[in-house]
Structures are given as structure tokens and as C-alpha cells.
Design a protein around this ligand. Sequence first.
Ligand code: NDP
Length: 331
Amino acid sequence: MGKLILEGDFSLLKGKNIAVIGYGNQGFAQASIMRDNGLNVIIGNIKDEYYKKAEKDGFKVYEIPEAFERADVALMLIPDEIAPEVYKSVEGIIMKKEGFILDFASGYNVAFGFIKPPSTTDVIMVAPRMIGEGIVLLHKEDKGYPVLLGVSNDYSGKAWDYAKSLATAVGAIGKPGGVAVMSSFEEEALLDLLSEHTWAPILVSAIKAYFDVVTEKYGASPEAAILELYASGELAEIARAMADVGIFEQMKFHSTTSQYGQFTRAEKYYDMLKKISEEEAEKIWNGEFAKEWTLEQLAGKPVLNRLWKKYTESKLSYSESSLFKVLGRKK
Ligand code: NDP
């Protein structure tokens, strides 16, 4: 377990000007925690609602180029689709600053070559496995969270130390529940995308197929099916139990009928799913998916828009709306 780091300190970052670029989901969370830790944090954002929110929260806020001018360290906490364009607009500033520290919260853009920082920069990654809101809640309870660390360019010879310091500064390690894994931009991108290309869509598809079969062929009530599938919250409890006691140990919380059904069917599906995982992993690793997604974005996201329409206009979606209305849930 030599790749796991539980403890750290952020003395290396003390006295440095740290610019958080993007005051969104991650930006708000990481900036607030670093400020609580006594670090010099400024925000870089385009002039809009998030800019005003950051000002209201008491931060010094600048337009993105000015924030880079003022910073020794910058955390790129803007959506991955936007980051290359924003990076291009500040590349000249970064080039002039020998030893600049540039951090990313995801491996995507550096791993696939959409952002290529100069060799005079320390390029590090602190990628949380947690949404910003969750990070803030854990911080309030004085708890940490998991992050993957990476270094793609070590100009100073201290880039890994900077990554560990930043992981401590943003409240990930040095607290109960916190762990950093020494990883890489490429590994993070593979792990993140492969979840999005395998088990997550398989789950969505399995839920939809189950729903269509029981309601269309067996006359089951849509409400009963949706409650069974996910609206009861049991799915979330199973996921929680997996994180707490382990993927197989949590099986003991289910009846032996359930255990038998789950293990025998897992056996049946494994070979097919392993093949899918291999194919999808290859497409990620060789950059094929990154190209596919770039072309989709350039075309104005026609496939994504068509699929949003298809799924939100499905019987499952309409039935869920009716059920959630009765239950008073958000939709
Ligand atoms: P958000 O969508 O929450 O970030 C929004 C921020 O980006 C806002 O400040 C927004 O400004 C700014 N932004 C949007 N468009 C532009 C633009 N054209 N030019 C300049 N700034 C812009 O992003 P996340 O926090 O979700 O993601 C940030 C990074 O963190 C990504 O690399 C992501 O992969 C990673 N990450 C995210 C996680 C998550 O839970 N969301 C978990 C782990 C990692 P405005 O809206 O004011 O335009």
C-alpha cells in the first residue's frame, strides 16, 4: 500500500498566492477550506453570478488572466470542456512565470494532450473522488476524503510534495477518512471515464430494461417498479454498505435467496461485462473516446441532446414524475 498517503502538511504552500480558477462545485469547496487553513487564496472567474458569489463570500476576485498574473499556484477548477480554451488565454502568462504550479482536479485535458503546459511549470493533479458539497460537509465534521494525485511535469523537483501539500490544504488528507493515492493523469482519466462508460450506463440501462419488461409484459405498476428499483433509497444504502463493509461482506445483509440470485447471475454476466470493459478501456486509453467527444462538442452536441430527449421522454421518466409529485420529491 506504498501508494497511499494518509498524512500531510501544507507548509510548502504558506506565503504563496493561490488562485482558484472557477468558483463552482469544486472551486467553492477547495477555496473555502484553503482559506480556513490560513492560506492566501484569491479567485479567478468570468464576471457573472459566480464572480459575485465569491465576492459576497469575502474573497478577492479577479478576471481569470489577472488572477494568473497575481498567482504562484493556480487550481484549474472549471469544467473540462472549457479548460483548454481558458488555458490558451493565460498560457502566455504561465510561460513567463518559471516554476509556476498548475493544478488540475481531473486528468482528462493533460492526459489527452488538450492542455500542454510549458516545461518550466510544475503540473500536478489533486483529483477528489467527491462532489464539492460533500467536501464542505466533511470539512465541517473535520473529516477528509479520497483524492488521486498525479504529476505530469516536475520542474522544481518538488512537484509530488506540492501535490501532497495541496491535498492536505484542501482538506483531503490528514483527517479521519482522508486518503491520497499516488496515481497519474492518465490513470485518473481511465478510471473516471471507465466508470462512466461501464457500470454507470449499465446500471441506467438495466433499470430501464427492468422497468420496461415488468410494466409492459407483466402489467406491474410503474410506481411499485420505481420504488423497488431506486426510489426507496435502498440502492443508496447498498452503495453505503459497500463503502463501509465491502462489496461482498454487504451481501450478508441480504437474504440467502437474494445472495444466491445475485452470485449466480453475476457469474452469468461476467464474461460479457469484462469484454465490454476491455473494449471501452481500450477506447479511452488510445484516445478514441476523447476524439469522439471533441467531435461531438464541435458539432453542437447533437447526440447528447437527442439522447437527453429520448430518456426524459421515456415511460420511465414520465412515471417517475407522477410518483415524485405524489411523494413531494424534486423533479
Ligand atoms: P463547475 O461546473 O462547478 O465549474 C463552474 C466554474 O467554471 C464556474 O466558476 C464557472 O463560471 C466556470 N466557467 C464555466 N464556463 C466558463 C468559461 N467559458 N470561462 C471561464 N470560466 C467558466 O465545475 P466543477 O467544479 O464540477 O469541475 C471543476 C473540475 O473539477 C473539473 O476538472 C472536474 O472534472 C473536476 N472534478 C469535479 C467534481 C465534481 O464533483 N463536480 C469531482 C472531482 C473533480 P461561471 O458559471 O460563472 O461561468
